[in-house]
Design a protein around this ligand. Structure first.
Ligand SMILES: [Fe+2]
Length: 266
């Protein structure tokens, strides 16, 4: 499997010109995915994202079964780390890439990815909990790479992977499931085309799992979603050619027509 490139070659085509089919998973093992038939049923998936709180064995299974890059962030329970390795030491899922606090470009698809792990602080027992300021500090650490991408490639990133949602965008009122205010700032500043998150369990399938905030389609992937990441930027016009018409807003999933109303600015 090709390693992700933190410093993309500027001569490479950095703008994917076609839809990329992604499998996104979070929070719960789904037997429709954790099955020997997934290779056939998901043969057109090009990249896998985990939005947290899934055990390493599930992520490693997906990496093996689909033979595609798997990127993940840790959830508040850090299930990814719970499997004990030799001498009881914890270790990360093999063959998968931890996106937490990083900005990377996937070499196979050209997608620029970033990740923010964890949930808001709500107890003393869970390992991956953050204050607003800690998330903001993580964001500031990522900013130079994001700004470089915007200058070099015309966009800071394509897909933001998080465990928690932004505040008031598909979150819940209880403390553990309250969204991060800092993520609203991230979306306003860096304008990814998509944010994929987990943490908020949607049991009522009539509830919308896609919302819009600023320029971003925010998708709750619990327990899994197949997301067609539409063409991410218009092609560079040929010299002398008329400027291309702006792209119609693509839908991340068939249910994107249920996009929620944008909440007030932070
Ligand atoms: Fe969670």
């Amino acid at each position: 499997m090709t390693e992700p490139d933190p410093d993309p070659d500027p001569d490479q085509d950095a703008v994917p010109q076609r839809a990329v089919r992604a499998l996104a998973v979070s929070d719960q093992i789904d037997q429709r995915i954790y099955s020997a038939s997934v290779r056939q049923r998901m043969a057109d998936v090009e990249i896998v994202f985990s939005c947290g709180d899934l055990p390493a064995r599930y992520l490693e299974f997906l990496a093996d079964a689909l033979d595609k890059p798997v990127y993940y962030v840790l959830g508040n329970h850090a299930e990814e780390l719970t499997r004990q390795g030799e001498q009881g030491q914890r270790y990360l899922p093999a063959g998968c890439t931890d996106l937490g606090g990083k900005v990377l470009r996937d070499p196979a698809t050209g997608l620029i990815l970033a990740g923010i792990p964890g949930s808001p602080k709500y107890c003393e027992d869970e390992p991956e909990q953050y204050s607003e300021w800690q998330i903001f500090a993580m964001m500031i650490d990522m900013a130079p790479r994001l700004l470089w991408n915007r200058w070099r490639h015309g966009r800071a990133l394509d897909v933001l992977i998080t465990h928690s949602p932004p505040r008031d965008v598909g979150d819940r009122p209880d403390k553990p499931h309250r969204g991060f205010l800092a993520l609203r700032r991230f979306l306003r500043w860096f304008r990814p085309r998509y944010q994929l998150h987990g943490h908020v369990h949607l049991y009522d399938r009539s509830q919308s799992h896609v919302r819009r905030f600023a320029a971003t389609e925010v998708v709750n992937v619990y327990p899994y979603q197949v997301v067609d990441l539409e063409r991410l930027a218009p092609p560079v016009p040929e010299v002398g050619a008329a400027a291309p018409a702006p792209l119609a807003a693509p839908l991340a999933t068939p249910r994107a027509a249920e996009l929620g109303r944008e909440p007030p600015a932070w």
